[in-house]
Design a protein around this ligand. Structure first.
Ligand SMILES: Cc1cc2nc3c(=O)[nH]c(=O)nc-3n(C[C@H](O)[C@H](O)[C@H](O)COP(=O)(O)OP(=O)(O)OC[C@H]3O[C@@H](n4cnc5c(N)ncnc54)[C@H](O)[C@@H]3O)c2cc1C
Length: 268
């Protein structure tokens, strides 16, 4: 499908919220809960498809204000396929220039395939933690200050507010929040994954839970963590990265590693 054809493509006949909700309920009568109060529509999707810029994406995608597409809610809910998105990108700039973007699309495909093959991996530790802690060292409940975005760390509160208010956060922010919840606050990755699934508009058990396991180190060879310098490097002036407001995450990687993982086996 070309981008021109895609723009004409409308899987549901109406953008009217009630019509869409009725159509979704008829298709999935087993679904529980209420629809999110955050509204999206096909016009937003078409705009985001037109705006795909694979060249800028390759250069800036790790920056919180980089040229990422925010197409994930539409892809997650089947309004747009990965093939369609890939074809638009290649049509715009050619296969070589679109390579980085297409690579990122394949992550979604990879996680979906793993989910299909090993469904038990979605909620169970794939491997042991490599943090020096066992599963019982991690909390079963999310701390209240995280739920209310009132932690002692300013940038983390801003990221949590964005998640709670808009239902979408950048990939780097997902990594920061997952690492903060899992490693700084030592909460089970399953608790964090459920929290994300509740609030993300693109909440998807495969991409989400397997990424949480990757951060936690139950699906990778070491825990992912970050420091304040890294947040400063990738965020713009709207994020508070002042030392005094973010002491908990400040420090060198060596110092933070010793503080967060005092029992972790040293590298050989
Ligand atoms: C802890 C954690 C939880 C996550 N939870 C989800 C989730 O519930 N649902 C979800 O769709 N993605 C999830 N991701 C993956 C990724 O962060 C989002 O897909 C991406 O940030 C969505 O923004 P975008 O549409 O602007 O992506 P872009 O960077 O513009 O990429 C385009 C599309 O490629 C796919 N994609 C890009 N990067 C990834 C990636 N690393 N993994 C999987 N797919 C990717 C997505 O479908 C995305 O919409 C998670 C990542 C982490 C680290």
């Amino acid at each position: 499908m070309t981008s021109k054809e895609l723009i004409k493509f409308t899987p549901l006949k109406s953008d009217n919220t009630q019509d869409v909700l009725s159509a979704v309920r008829a298709l999935s009568p087993w679904a529980e809960g209420e629809a999110s109060s955050i509204r999206g529509n096909m016009a937003q999707m078409r705009e985001a498809v037109l705006a795909i810029d694979p060249t800028a994406y390759g250069r800036t995608r790790n920056h919180l204000d980089g040229a990422v597409t925010q197409l994930s809610p539409f892809i997650r809910h089947g309004a747009l396929t990965l093939d369609e998105v890939r074809n638009v990108a290649i049509e715009k700039v050619g296969p070589k220039e679109a390579e980085k973007f297409v690579q990122q699309l394949t992550w979604r495909d990879y996680w979906q395939r793993l989910y299909e093959k090993y469904p038990e991996r979605i909620w169970h530790d794939v491997e042991d933690y490599k943090t020096g802690f066992g599963p019982n060292d991690y909390a079963d409940q999310m701390p209240d200050d995280i739920l209310s975005a009132q932690t002692g760390t300013a940038c983390i509160n801003q990221f949590l507010e964005q998640l709670l208010e808009t239902g979408w956060i950048h990939n780097h922010v997902r990594l920061y929040l997952a690492a903060y919840i899992c490693h700084w606050r030592r909460v089970k990755w399953q608790v964090g994954a459920r929290f994300f699934l509740t609030h993300l508009l693109d909440g998807d058990p495969a991409s989400n839970n397997l990424s949480w396991q990757w951060v936690a180190s139950t699906f990778s060879h070491k825990p992912y963590f970050f420091n304040l310098d890294n947040v400063s490097k990738y965020s713009g002036p709207d994020i508070n990265t002042k030392f005094n407001a973010n002491k908990e995450i400040a420090g060198s990687y060596e110092a933070l590693s010793e503080r967060l993982f005092p029992y972790m086996e040293p590298k050989r």
